[in-house]
Design a protein. Sequence first.
Length: 280
Amino acid sequence: MDKLIINQFIKNAIAEDLGDGDHTSLSTIPANAQGKAKLLIKEDGIIAGVELAQEIFKQVDANLKIEVLINDGAAVKYGDIALTVAGNSQSILLAERLVLNCMQRMSGIATKTNHIVKLLSGYHTQLLDTRKTTPGLRYLEKWAVRIGGGVNHRIGLYDMILIKDNHVDYAGGIANAIYAANQYLKEKNKQLEIEIEVRNLSELGEVLDSGNVNRIMLDNFSFADLKEAVRLIDKKYITEASGGIIEENVAEYAACGVDYISMGALTHSVKSLDMSLKAV
């Protein structure tokens, strides 16, 4: 967990919710009232965000006492209690919605990821996320993917060169794009991996002729073409399949022999896991 990123996220999220005060709690609950609450799981899945929840409670009120009963990555079922929190009642209520919003979304992502990772068992293929994340929540969503057993692709535009179809078209072709990317890294003295997306076997041939990349993304390939692409690449480069991959066909893509499968659906259209924070 990157404390700098998390602390800033929590600070911004609390400010967004709190405004000039939690007037409901301020008006109905004595300032010195003490209470306890339990985080109740209401749906089967994989839990994620427990470590984050602890940080949220601490930042809201360092005197809150948290007892973790289930850790990140564990399978949970309806009726489980993930944690309890005790202390100032107003503080608990201030943290409540932020804790739930984060844990429900993160657990939904971890659950979806874990389900697909299990579908890939028996293959060497690993599951990747994408940049199709919620603005402001990317760190949390990619964290949840890891908890679910997936692998993070690049975090943003800054930590890898990924030459996609639009880059190729704007650069004037595959060879031009690869050459320019390598020259840029030399000039800037940067150590970044280069991945390039190809749309068909013809474009793959151009990449293999040019070389000087680390990874090849095979986008929207048929199963027959994907198998042929893996054969042609012959382990000289890391392979990644993307485009049109869903849980119903993910195993068939893995059977083609690719190293990675990337799925935007892990983060852009996942269902949150139901849970609530209830006063004890």
